[in-house]
Unconditional design. Structure first.
Length: 182
């Protein structure tokens, strides 16, 4: 039987995984040739969203238990390599550009995003009750527990899912979820 702390870690992990799956369902219609497509007043393109969310899930994992951000997925170095995200292109405050040469192909973007969600979820599954209760700071929030940070990351992914939904509409894509007719 799991302890209360372990149950909470599993619940947070499940929330992170659900947010990853929720975002991925809205990638229908995106492919390598439009992964950096932008729409008026919607500068964040799909490749940027995937890299941005992946990076910050890894940063949250690093805060949780010091697991490093994987160098095989991210680099601060230039010139950019096609299979790496440049952290300067996807960090908070970056300005996304429609330049496919600056971002990995879509399958690689998805793989990095999925792996980051799995890593963060595993960190929460393995976290002790004491760790989940320990406080940290995140951006402008000066004190939240690590359990709260996990929920915040799930909501962060949800925010970007909403932006992808807006982008889909602006680009004229078909609906992903179609209501059943009566």
């Amino acid at each position: 039987m799991l302890s209360t702390g372990e149950v909470r870690g599993v619940l947070v992990a499940n929330g992170v995984r659900a947010s990853v799956d929720g975002l991925l369902r809205y990638l229908t219609g995106f492919h390598d040739s439009n992964r950096t497509a932008q729409a008026q007043n919607l500068p964040n393109h799909v490749a940027w969203h995937l890299g941005h969310c992946a990076l910050y899930m890894h940063v949250a994992r690093r805060a949780l238990d010091e697991t490093p951000v994987p160098e095989q997925d991210f680099s601060k170095e230039l010139p950019r390599q096609q299979d790496l995200f440049c952290t300067e292109d996807i960090c908070f405050g970056s300005v996304p550009v429609d330049d496919p040469d600056r971002f990995p192909v879509l399958d690689r973007c998805v793989a990095v995003f999925r792996a980051s969600g799995d890593s963060l979820a595993m960190g929460f599954e393995q976290a002790s009750r004491d760790l989940l209760d320990r406080t940290t700071s995140w951006g402008s929030v000066k004190s939240l527990t690590f359990a709260e940070l996990g929920l915040r990351m799930a909501f962060h992914n949800g925010t970007h899912t909403g932006q992808i939904i807006d982008l889909r509409r602006a680009l004229g894509f078909d609906k992903v979820i179609v209501p059943k007719s009566s």
